[in-house]
Write a new protein. Structure first.
Length: 137
């Protein structure tokens, strides 16, 4: 059994709770569930493996700002594990949106950073509009 807490780089993407949690029904429910978000330990593994650079545009990105991007999306069964995560800058992750990894890599290679910036700007505006509609600010 992999212990996600002791070696985040070796995490298999599922919760494995310690024996001391098994008496608590709420905590016990976590056992075997897919982990959605990379914790600080796994984030550091991704960041260091990718040399602190965005996987897509290769620009340096700060440890606090990079986004751990799922290659196979979580919504499509992708796991939150080192081999399924890449270091992405905010602009690339915004521009990638819901398109597949392969499609985004191909489009970025063909269209370049100006295209990425334009798509990222539109996405950011869309998110801001959604927030205003939902929360009024
Ligand atoms: Zn980037």
């Amino acid at each position: 059994m992999t212990n996600n807490l002791s070696d985040p780089c070796a995490s298999d993407g599922y919760f494995h709770i310690p024996d001391s949690w098994r008496d608590d029904p709420l905590l016990a429910k976590l056992e075997g569930q897919r982990i959605r978000f990379a914790g600080a330990g796994l984030r550091k593994c991704v960041y260091e493996r990718d040399g602190g650079k965005c996987h897509y545009c290769e620009e340096p990105v700060a440890l606090e700002k990079f986004q751990a991007d799922h290659v196979v999306p979580f919504s499509k069964g992708g796991l939150t594990i080192l081999s399924n995560l890449v270091c992405a800058c905010v602009r690339c992750n915004l521009a990638k949106g819901n398109v597949s990894y392969e499609q985004f890599v191909a489009e970025l290679a063909e269209r370049g950073l100006e295209w990425r910036n334009e798509v990222a700007r539109k996405q950011a505006n869309w998110f801001a509009d959604q927030r205003r509609l939902a929360y009024g600010y």
